[in-house]
Design a protein around this ligand. Structure first.
Ligand SMILES: Nc1ncnc2c1ncn2[C@@H]1O[C@H](COP(=O)(O)OP(=O)(O)O)[C@@H](O)[C@H]1O
Ligand SMILES: [Mg+2]
Length: 243
């Protein structure tokens, strides 16, 4: 993979007294949170908890109404240092390979390097045989794997994923989880939203638990699951909290 690891680390990402409001209504409130380097962070909570908005704030797609969201001190990340994969993959109406070539061209890679890198990545994630297919005919799981492959192709240090497996069947879900574990082993730090408790248990190093727009708990996963600190988290873990 092309890498920007020679650049100084952009992590940790820190949020300090962040609020996001629309029409006077507070949709997200985060007193303090940090995304640490090398961790798999799962943003957990029921539908409508504010998970997607939190991710969009972190990635800089929306601006907080108050507070600060800052990467490692003094760092202004280059655009390719953090990437985001959306719940519904946004792919170009071109071939699988062309989707990767396009991303790599934007990152400044030359013709042969683009081809070499995209072949490596497609093969690595089981998409090699699909390289010449139109991206839009892929299955949902294949499209999401392509979206993730494209996001990591240019070597971001940090990847945000918004419910990347929602609506996928168990085997497609498992393939994506394996992909995320492998990418983490390679040094990628990622932050994923989910409302799926079992998935959070399988994947998380750290949990950020949201409810009704507020970050209620930030804890290592083993502690969060063993000793949730809030009644809302206890209720969620016992499936008593549905919204
Ligand atoms: N642009 C917006 N304007 C008003 N309300 C919004 C906007 N975007 C999201 N919301 C509301 O904010 C809450 C949190 O949304 P979201 O972050 O998408 O939740 P989650 O991803 O946890 O399901 C929801 O109640 C949603 O309806
Ligand atoms: Mg969401």
């Amino acid at each position: 993979m092309t890498s920007v690891t020679s650049a100084p680390s952009i992590l940790p990402l820190t949020l300090d007294r962040v609020a996001y409001e629309v029409g006077g209504r507070r949709l997200v409130g985060v007193e303090w949170a940090t995304i640490a380097k090398g961790r798999k962070t799962v943003v957990l909570g029921p539908n409508g908890a504010g998970k997607t908005l939190f991710l969009r704030l972190c990635h800089g797609l929306i601006k907080p109404s108050a507070g600060t969201i800052a990467f490692a001190s003094g760092i202004r990340p280059a655009p390719q240092q953090h990437a985001m994969v959306f719940q519904k993959p946004v792919l170009l109406r071109r071939s699988v390979a062309a989707n990767l070539h396009h991303a790599l061209a934007l990152a400044g890679l030359g013709y042969f390097e683009r081809r070499r890198t995209s072949r490596l990545i497609l093969n690595r994630f089981g998409l090699g045989d699909l390289a010449d297919r139109p991206a839009r005919v892929l299955s949902g799981g294949e499209q999401q794997r392509l979206a993730i492959a494209r996001a990591v192709a240019v070597g971001p240090e940090l990847l945000f994923l918004d419910e990347p497996v929602s609506g996928l069947d168990p085997s497609a879900m498992r393939q994506i989880e394996e992909m995320l574990v492998a990418l983490h082993a390679d040094g990628l730090t990622w932050v994923m939203t989910t409302h799926d408790l079992a998935q959070a248990r399988r994947l998380a190093d750290d949990i950020l638990f949201f409810h009704a727009g507020r970050l209620l708990e930030a804890a290592p996963a083993d502690r969060f699951f063993a000793e949730p600190a809030t009644e809302e988290a206890r209720a969620f873990l016992e499936s008593r909290l549905f919204w």
